[in-house]
Design a protein around this ligand. Sequence first.
Ligand code: KG4
Ligand code: ZN
Length: 336
Amino acid sequence: MKILAIESSCDETAAAIVEDGRKVLSSVVASQVEEHRLYGGVVPEIASRRHAEAISSVVREALSEAQLTLDDIDAIGVTFAPGLIGALLVGVNFAKGLSLATGKPLIPVHHLRSHIAANYLTHQELKPPFLCLVVSGGHSHIVEVEDYTKMRVIGETRDDAAGEAFDKAARTMGMPYPGGVELDKVAEFGDDSAYILPHPTVADSPYDFSFSGLKTAVINLIHNAEQKGEEIHKENLCASFRKAVVGCLTDNLFKAAEDLGAETIVAAGGVSANALLRRELTRICDEKKFPLYVPALSLCGDNAAMVASQAYYEYMSGNVASSDLNAVATLPIDYR
Ligand code: KG4
Ligand code: ZN
């Protein structure tokens, strides 16, 4: 079964064709990041307009890269939630039009579920159940994935997402949006014990995260240094901050893994590209003998191949949308 999928939840307009949930026939991503960088973050109004401009050619390119026509496609998948509402609506409406014009089924896909599915494209043998750390710009979840479309949130952030904390800390250090990527690179050259930062936990919720205190600690540290005319050692601060965030993520993840008796660990989302997070997951999984799966670096960020993969499993479980499908800005990953 060949699924053409569309992704437009944030600042990438993407289309891809995937066969039977696992084989990528084409994947096209048009990023708007350069334009949003001018403003230090994603401007929703601009994002919607750029999606509207790019979507037709991105879909056409996905078809031509796969050397297929719409007649060869069996279903249309689309990210319908969560994300920027105006951005999502562009993809949802385009997918509805395609579905209506071709008579092919329309499959609604949850963005975070699709991040998890990036692993099905990277690791052909991977199947649920597993415990997944889903870390993106907007979300930080520990999810028990019981089946492809059946999941339970075990822990989540009470305030900022990990990606958001990385981006805000990086921005305070003068790095361009999205700063998480740059902060990760700079951290490679720093001493991670140079700055003492808090390690926030959430009382009575051992699997939940809280990153806002950590982010504020870094911002205060930088502002205090500025006021005193002291130099910040950027590499060391990046390394110390990265270690603190990754420590929170891995501590809670492995606490949950042991308490729940998880057998396999998976990571997903933009932040799963983080070099220290990948190293730490590998080290701890080796030590505790958990099989570990992380997405290929090229599939960590937003793309439509992961949407097409998840769409296949949604379709198999009977999740097909009617022509009144709407976009939804917030929706839990375990929605039914
Ligand atoms: O999943 P994603 O591409 O988009 C959302 O669904 O939000 O995640 C984007 C987030 C951004 O906050 C970005 O800074 C962060 O992922 N990110 C990273 C790295 N690469 C991307 N954060 C830390 N280290 C990285 N290497
Ligand atoms: Zn994403």
